[in-house]
Design a protein. Structure first.
Lengths: 174, 101, 455
């Protein structure tokens, strides 16, 4: 019973955040609703016993990706454009999303997952062993990919010559 | 005990929300937020299955990789968006309709 | 010196009766209260202690777990608030003494101990200002997003073996994660103030905070490799046994890791020399410029709470946590070293307080570093250095075992050598402090020797 309560305590903010982003117009607020969703999902990881993953979610996603997105929003929101879709688009979107959601939920409910025993909470040493054992290949590949991403981002975001400045003559400063 | 279904339903809801955000927003960073929603939904799914015995610990390890990859992808995407903003003075993707420059 | 004067307004009717009655009562009670003040205070403290003992002994086992958890969380909250209040007062006294002046002396009878309380009262009654074009919900939310994670970090910090709220397997990462969420609050504050300078301060702060998390984490990981667990209680217990078993002296890489962690944590708390985000001479007050009154108090509190939290983390991981430095000496003898006992939460608080005092010392001694120098220091110097330390510590653990006796002998020599170096540094510190105290009348300036009139 308590588990259900805590599940809803974490699930409702996540869904509310998604709806707020979907129906909202202010991009800065969207970035913070996004962080709220990330923290809710981290709470769900804690509830499921995946403590390491929950902590990594907060450390990497909230402390890294959300901060990065907030930076990006603030650097590029000189003219905050209106983001609301038109009437026809909204109807189509609602229809398609509704059908998709209905299909997914129905297939989940009627899939007949066998109720297996819940495994004990993870232990970090086991995750570490699996990272260096079964998942060694992906581990090394991910490290190479991170290096590539870092180099690529640093190259893409390098300061450029001013002849290709933005059309309205104003740039971003920091 | 709660079982697997609530987690899967929540993950489906987050997936559909993320998809709707990606489809309906014109701001590039809002689209990125939508993509992150989808990735989080997938991670939630993976961890839920892992906790309920299917796949042992590989669900959590896979979710770990997804988190790392999502971070790398957000970095590169943001660098691209900054370039976009630098040339076009907006992040409205409807304005990115020229193949040149 | 209390005079209860009636206000010059003439009340009528019931109000007049109440006011005159209250004044008369206070005029009678106040002198007696002043005479018996200490007695009353000690009596209240004694009753509180007895009450807590009774509740702990008889009522605690009957309570449901969430009431107990709630009480512990409230206690931690109270502890963090007391730490912040004492920290603010201590900062002003320390800064005063370093600058050859006295600091607060008047509020409260002894060295202005009530200055923080007076400051709190002052801030609480200030006008609630929100800039007109500011994003109001975000403006209101930002102080909480900065303060709450700093408090949450205390949930995983062990003060002793049984003295931890929840000792999880990932306690260390949890504390780091809570300190990482603060960055969002800083950005929110800077943006929602709708001021260019606040935004600049927030951006610089976010750059700095996020960059310095990496050397922090790597230095801590160097120590985790030595112990083999992320559980803070395990890391503390691995250092049982006196001065020479503290992790900071175990191998030279960990010795240096302590200092890199400390420097990175200075940057993480936005303390000088990395306090450009709140650089007073450049950005007025950085990201919290537009915040006044209680909202500013929350940012201020968040800084001191985070300071103690990172110092506490350094204490647990490097300086032996709750173990006394004389821990191993009473084994085999009949003596009991009763200076706080062998392991005690008081040792933990003492060591963390010492590290906080050193943070304050740094702030008022070193000049501020420019933001590009801050980023260079992180990426060009601290990051490669901590990577090397992590590598070195891992290799040290690999070779420092009985399969390599020569290396183990060498490692032992270094171990005790580093311990002696630590003792030397401690001795130097106390020697310097003693010299300063002995010559205190000669060394300080005029303002600290002759107190201001009325102080």
């Amino acid at each position: 019973m308590l588990e259900k309560v805590i599940f809803f305590l974490f699930a409702v903010p996540a869904v509310v955040a998604g709806l707020a982003i979907l129906l909202g117009t202010n991009i800065v607020r969207m970035a913070y609703w996004f962080s709220a969703m990330l923290v809710s999902v981290a709470g769900l990881y804690f509830l499921m016993g995946a403590y390491f993953l929950g902590v990594i979610q907060i450390l990497v996603y909230v402390g890294g990706v959300a901060v990065l997105l907030a930076f990006g929003v603030m650097l590029t929101s000189r003219k905050l454009a209106r983001l609301r879709p038109g009437r026809g688009e909204a109807v189509w979107l609602a229809g398609v999303s509704g059908v998709l959601l209905l299909g997914l939920v129905l297939s989940i409910m009627h899939a007949g997952w066998e109720q297996r025993q819940i495994v004990a909470a993870d232990s970090i040493s086991e995750i570490g062993r699996s990272l260096l054992g079964d998942f060694l290949g992906p581990f090394e590949l991910v490290s190479v990919l991170l290096l590539v991403a870092m180099l690529g981002a640093a190259y893409l975001a390098r300061p450029k010559a001013q002849t290709h400045g933005p059309r309205d003559g104003k740039g971003t400063t920091i | 005990m709660m079982g697997l279904t609530p987690y899967l339903v929540l993950s489906a809801v987050l997936l559909v929300l993320g998809l709707a955000i990606v489809i309906s927003k014109r701001n590039a960073i809002a689209m990125l937020i939508g993509v992150e929603f989808i990735l989080n939904a997938a991670c939630l799914n993976l961890v839920a299955f892992s906790r309920h015995g299917i796949g042992a610990l590989s669900g959590q390890t896979a979710a770990l990789f997804v988190i790392v990859l999502a971070a790398a992808e957000a970095v590169v995407a943001l660098a691209i968006f900054l370039n976009f903003y630098h040339t076009l003075a907006t992040v409205d993707i409807d304005h990115g309709d020229k193949l040149k420059g | 010196m209390y005079t209860f004067e009636r206000p010059h307004v003439e009340y009528q009717g019931l109000s007049r009766v109440i006011v005159r009655g209250a004044a008369a009562l206070a005029g009678i009670i106040a002198p007696w209260l002043r005479r018996l003040a200490w007695g009353v205070f000690l009596a209240v403290a004694a009753m509180l202690v007895v009450f807590i003992w009774v509740v702990g002994r008889f009522i605690n086992p009957l309570l449901p777990w969430f009431i107990r958890d709630l009480v512990v969380v409230l206690g931690l909250l109270g502890f963090a608030c007391v730490v912040a209040i004492i920290g603010i007062w201590a900062e002003r006294k320390v800064s005063g003494r370093i600058q050859s002046r006295l600091g607060p002396m008047r509020t409260g009878a002894w060295h202005g101990w009530a200055q923080s309380l007076a400051d709190g009262l002052k801030f609480v009654q200030k006008e609630d200002l929100i800039p007109r074009e500011a994003d109001e919900p975000l403006f209101r939310l930002a102080p909480y997003v900065t303060l709450v994670p700093a408090f949450c970090a205390y949930l995983a910090l062990p003060f002793g073996v049984g003295w931890v709220f929840r000792s999880g397997d990932v306690g260390l990462l949890f504390v780091l994660a809570m300190l990482a969420v603060e960055v969002l609050g800083v950005i929110m504050a800077g943006w929602a103030s709708n001021s260019k300078w606040s935004l600049y301060g927030a951006m610089r702060a976010a750059c700095q905070l996020v960059s310095y998390e990496i050397p922090m984490g790597l230095s801590l990981l160097a120590a985790v490799v030595a112990v083999g667990s992320l559980n803070l209680v395990d890391i503390g217990q691995a250092q049982a046994g006196g001065w020479f078993s503290w992790l900071v002296f175990q191998n030279p890489f960990l010795f240096l890791a302590f200092f890199t962690y400390y420097i990175a944590s200075l940057a993480s708390c936005k303390r000088s020399p990395f306090d450009l985000p709140e650089g007073e001479s450049e950005l007025v007050a950085g990201f919290h410029t537009e915040y006044s009154g209680f909202r500013f108090v929350m940012f201020f509190f968040a800084e001191y709470v985070a300071m103690f939290a990172v110092s506490a983390l350094a204490t647990i991981i490097f300086l032996g946590g709750w173990h006394s430095p004389l821990s191993g000496l009473s084994k085999g003898t009949q003596m009991q070293f009763v200076a706080f006992g062998d392991t005690s939460p008081l040792w933990f608080v003492l060591k963390s307080t010492f590290l906080v005092w050193v943070q304050m010392w740094f702030r008022w001694t070193l000049p501020r570093i420019r933001i590009d120098q801050v980023m260079h220091a992180c990426v060009k110097y601290l990051l490669p250095f901590t990577l090397l330390l992590f590598l070195g510590s891992s290799l040290w653990q690999l070779y420092d075992n009985p399969a390599h006796p020569a290396f183990q002998g060498f490692a032992n020599i270094l171990h005790y050598g580093l311990g002696c170096v630590g003792l030397l540094l401690l001795g130097l510190y106390f020697a310097g402090a003693g010299y300063g105290y002995y010559n205190r009348n000669r060394l300080v300036g005029q303002m600290a020797r002759n107190h201001l009139p009325g102080a």
